[in-house]
Design a protein around this ligand. Structure first.
Ligand code: C2O
Ligand code: CU
Length: 579
């Protein structure tokens, strides 16, 4: 069983336990003895079963189980200890077990809430709050049931609950140590002053575009979605003038995966101010990395990219040989945008398909009709890629794969999520059950360029209640906090930095660090065997643990976030900062 499915199973069992304890209490209160006993028996079993799932999770990694062991464990023990013996003794009046069953229900419910609302790291505050909730709910139920505990007992309990509530709230909600990101500092290596070789102007504006035969409202660069394809040859200096005609949320250009100097990175509030309607901003940088990249607005990026403010950036090592096309896949107004037509070329002509996922979720690509190899991922060439046949690839949000093949005599077709998006003729192949390429085992490996790490950081991805902003929200969190309260990761120039990224949530998080490519070292403890993978976007699936490393060689303040942009917007954004 994968850690992801263990996490899901544990959650289901926890819900079952809480619901059946509470249900048993309610049935006992209604004097439905057989029902109450049946539910209590299920509750008991479910609570004991959690001992198994939680142990397995703890073995997969403490991040997955900390609060379950430290908070849910004692609460569940109390539930079983209080309700179990009383159930066995309750031969006479079933109402005698109402309160013990309800207590067990409150204990397991509050343990569940700690996992769902707070998660990792387990804190004293969360434990105290959970305890306060159980005490308060039990006292109130006791009173409603007409139990008359002695005054001292009830005063002491209320006292304990109030104290736990107050300290717990303080400990849980207090702002993190060093949240704020300074906004106005300049790092060296500012924009280069060389004369540009390539000049582009991108004007952002509201527009109506045709998506799959229907006119839809969009935000577009130069009135087209995707925006103009920017191309350059390695060594060129690019100058891109960004204008905003009428996009009220502001616009910037972020060069996704392109490790530009910090002041060209296009993150509003961090590297520049958002470009407001009527304003402009000029980007200039040297195209020193060949490969497939893309650009997009980083102002209100979730809605901005979804509405169409993105385009392709391709830097070639030299003149194009053969057929070299970009295939950006995007969903606009809920419909897939048509991709360009693939021309049919003479057999034997080399073809490079640059697949780009500009959506916020993973896409599955299957190339039928030819053998191919994956020449590059995220703009970086792989070492010794081998030919693949009838194999699908999964591209994370923001990611790019370059597929290379020699044109066969027959037709080829590219399927995206099972649909032909791109073909040179009729191809009838079922690609649905093709195996999926695991890039961690593809290509020839190379020794890592470093032997040790100067800094290491762990990012535990989850969901949780964020009470720090005005309106409470169910945020996407990193180490239990949400943007802007996640402390920045501070490094020095030259440091070799290790990130351990843990997903303890139920959804995929495509991780994206600005300004650096990271080398994949291991996933779930297994070292990456293939081709060294230098990525800027990678899917961390539920239950997965990724270890990646990079050299801190690009000073500045860099966004580090989930590229499911809705998640980034809902808290899952932090910053890497050079001291
Ligand atoms: Cu393509 Cu900060 O993102
Ligand atoms: Cu995410």
């Amino acid at each position: 069983m994968t850690t992801g499915s263990l996490l899901a199973a544990d959650l289901v069992i926890a819900v079952l336990a809480a619901a059946t304890w509470l249900g048993g209490g309610a049935a006992a209160a209604a004097r439905r003895r057989p029902l109450a006993q049946g539910l209590a028996a299920v509750a008991l079993l479910a609570t004991l079963a959690r001992a198994i799932t939680v142990t397995a999770l703890a073995r997969a990694g403490w991040w997955f189980a900390a609060e379950k062991v430290l908070i849910a464990g004692p609460l569940s023990l109390a539930a079983v200890g209080v309700a179990g013996p009383r159930l066995l003794r309750a031969a006479g009046d079933i109402r005698a077990v109402v309160l013990p069953l309800l207590f067990a229900g409150y204990a397991t419910t509050s343990a569940l809430l700690v996992t769902v609302l707070h998660g990792y790291p387990a804190s004293v505050g969360a434990g105290l709050l959970a305890l306060a909730g159980v005490v308060a709910a039990t006292v109130i139920s006791g009173r409603a049931l007409g139990a008359r505990p002695s005054r001292t007992v009830s005063r002491v309990t209320v006292g304990v609950a109030v104290a736990a509530l107050v300290t717990g709230t303080g400990l849980t909600v207090a702002p993190a140590a060093s949240p704020a990101v300074p906004h106005d500092h300049v790092f060296p290596e500012a924009r280069i002053s060389d004369e540009p070789d390539r000049r582009f102007t991108l004007t952002a504006g509201t527009a109506t575009v045709n998506a799959d035969g229907r006119d839809v409202a969009a935000w577009a660069f130069n009135a087209q979605v995707p925006g103009p394809e920017l191309t350059a040859t390695v060594g060129d200096v690019l100058e891109v003038t960004l204008r905003n005609r009428d996009v009220g949320r502001g616009v910037t250009l972020h060069w996704h995966g392109y490790d530009v100097p910090n002041d060209q990175d296009g993150v509003p509030g961090v590297t520049q101010a958002a470009v407001r309607p009527g304003q402009e901003f000029v980007y200039r940088f040297r195209a020193d990395q060949a490969g497939t990249y893309w650009y997009h607005t980083h102002s209100a990026s979730d809605v901005g990219v979804r509405m169409g403010l993105y385009g392709v950036l391709v830097v070639r090592p030299g003149p194009v040989t053969g057929l070299d096309v970009t295939v950006p896949v995007h969903t606009l107004a809920g419909r897939p945008l048509p991709t360009p037509k693939l021309e049919r070329v003479e057999p034997g002509v080399p073809v490079r398909l640059r697949l780009i996922n500009t959506d916020s979720t993973t896409h599955r690509y299957a190339l039928a009709g030819t053998a191919f190899h994956v020449a590059a991922i995220d703009g970086v060439d792989l070492r010794g890629p081998t030919p693949l046949v009838d194999t699908a690839v999964l591209i994370p949000a923001g990611g790019r794969y370059d597929l290379v093949f020699d044109a066969p005599a027959n037709a080829v077709a590219l399927f995206v999520d099972g649909r032909v998006t791109y073909s040179t003729g009729a191809v009838s192949t079922a690609t649905g059950d093709w195996p999926v390429l695991d890039p961690l085992g593809y290509g020839a490996s190379a020794p890592a360029p470093w032997s040790g790490f100067d800094k290491s950081f762990t990012l535990v991805l989850d969901r949780g209640l964020d009470l720090r902003s005005l309106l409470p929200r169910y945020a996407h969190t990193v180490n239990g906090a949400a943007d802007p309260d996640i402390p920045p990761q501070v490094v020095r120039r030259g440091d070799v930095v290790l990130f351990t990224i843990v997903n303890r949530s139920q959804i995929v998080h495509p991780w994206h660090l600005h300004g650096h490519h990271v080398l994949v070292l291991a996933r779930d403890g297994k070292p990456a065997a293939g081709g060294p993978l230098w990525l800027d976007s990678f899917d961390v699936r539920p239950g997965e643990v990724w270890q990646v490393a990079f050299r801190a060689d690009n000073p500045g303040m860099w966004a580090n976030h989930c590229h499911n942009l809705a998640h980034a917007d809902a808290g899952m954004t932090l910053h890497l900062m050079y001291s």
